[in-house]
Design a protein around this ligand. Structure first.
Ligand code: AMP
Length: 400
């Protein structure tokens, strides 16, 4: 039996574990994708095992996915049964925070893991779960290379002015900086632009990653110049349950005048705000679009307003605009939101073609629009798989 070299990619969230399997005998080709959700509660497994195999969707006994280790074991059982001739020689992990230094993916060693643990306070909601995913994968594949791919890496070349807060200088050296996130998504979009529209890639592009998490990034010649997310993945646009930009004075008020603990405030900002908080109905844009009540419409109004405002700011940071690219669940699917964002933006060179927008075409601007408007489905998994393959072959070359 021949063994097919594969890369497993893992994206461990607070209560979910997303996975993909890639054949890496040539350019990475996706063989399977899926997730275990509601880890620690009533877990569910969903997977798509490629063309020839059935879709899997079932509830799991809670003890089977009580934590990330259990969830990974369930995923591996599924993958081993479906792809008996595949062997994971490398596991690529999405890691939210790489700190100020990591501008590239890196092989996980003991010192690297210790550094990632040290960075946990910078992303307390995400980083511990990413680390749990790495530990679970190391236990399951002791011989495989583990590769960490950072959401912050793409932004590490920001000019200093876009990297600082106007706090006393020493805080910058202590790591209190504008890191920016969603970097794997931006790297994918930038790579796709280079492939399909090189002249736009060489220019001034704003990418709007609009999903349950949402941010925007100004990219000049393929490099991130500014992003709406800052020190944590909380800043910038309102998201499903995260507030986005808020005057920090609100925190002092909640603590000092309302007597809330800092954990309560954090919980409000991360899990009770954004579209959910403003609407009081849902964090899900599809639900809000269908709700037809003023509270839902107000939440959508604010979402659109912030995006338009940030677009202006990012275009100014770039010195102009050659393209606006939409991605993420909302950006890729909601023609209504895209229409509302682009409405009346001809002053900045954007003219939406309504028919193209309604048919979810790749280019949705008119032929006369000065700047192009595009929809490009993002693919963070393949960015991780490519990095995993690259670092694996570098390791094999060094060993031979
Ligand atoms: P993501 O986090 O990228 O998976 O995006 C999730 C968000 O995309 C949720 O708010 C969904 O409601 C939204 N979404 C997905 N499909 C649609 C659609 N057809 N119309 C509007 N929003 C959508």
């Amino acid at each position: 039996m021949t063994t097919l070299p594969v890369a497993l990619t893992l994206n461990a969230g607070s209560s979910s574990l997303k996975f993909s399997l890639f054949d890496i005998s040539a350019a990475p080709a996706q063989m399977a994708i899926g997730l275990v959700e509601n880890i620690g509660g009533q877990p569910r497994l969903k997977a798509d095992l490629g063309d020839t195999l059935a879709r899997v969707e079932r509830e799991l006994p809670p003890h089977e996915a009580a934590d990330h280790i259990g969830a990974l074991a369930t995923v591996l059982d599924l993958l081993r049964a479906a792809f008996a001739d595949a062997k994971a020689s490398v596991v690529g992990h999405r890691v939210v925070h790489g700190g100020p230094l990591h501008a590239e993916p890196i092989v996980v060693t003991e010192p690297v893991l210790a550094e990632l643990r040290r960075l946990s306070p910078f992303a307390p909601i995400h980083q511990p779960h990413n680390i749990a995913g790495i530990e679970a994968a190391r236990a399951a594949f002791p011989d495989a290379l583990q590769v960490a791919c950072f959401d912050t890496a793409f932004h590490r070349h920001h000019p200093k002015a876009n990297d600082v807060f106007a706090l006393p200088r020493e805080y910058y050296d202590r790591g209190i900086r504008r890191y920016g996130f969603h970097g794997l998504s931006y790297e994918y979009i930038s790579g796709e632009l280079k492939r399909i529209a090189p002249q736009i890639h060489a220019g001034r592009v704003v990418v709007a990653h609009l999903g349950n998490g949402a941010s925007m990034c100004g990219i000049l010649g393929g490099r991130s110049v500014a992003s709406t997310m800052g020190f944590t993945a909380l800043d910038g646009l309102p998201m499903g349950t995260r507030c986005g930009q808020v005057d920090p004075g609100v925190i002092f008020y909640m603590v000092q005048q309302e007597g809330r603990t800092i954990d309560e405030v954090r919980d409000i900002f991360y899990t009770k705000s954004g579209l959910l908080g403003l609407s009081g109905i849902s964090n899900d844009m599809r639900v809000l679009e269908g709700a037809g009540v003023p509270e839902a419409n107000e939440a959508i109004d604010y979402f659109v307003f912030r995006i338009r405002r940030e677009l202006g700011g990012l275009a100014a940071a770039l010195g102009g605009l050659d393209a606006l690219v939409f991605c993420g669940g909302i950006g890729e699917n909601s023609r209504k939101i895209r229409r509302r964002i682009c409405d009346g933006l001809d002053w900045i060179g954007l003219e939406l073609d309504h028919d193209r927008n309604d048919s979810n075409a790749r280019v949705i601007s008119t032929d006369f629009s000065r700047a192009r408007i595009m929809v490009i489905p993002t693919n963070e998994e393949i960015v991780i798989a490519r990095a995993a393959q690259r670092l694996l072959s570098a390791r094999q070359d060094a060993a031979s």
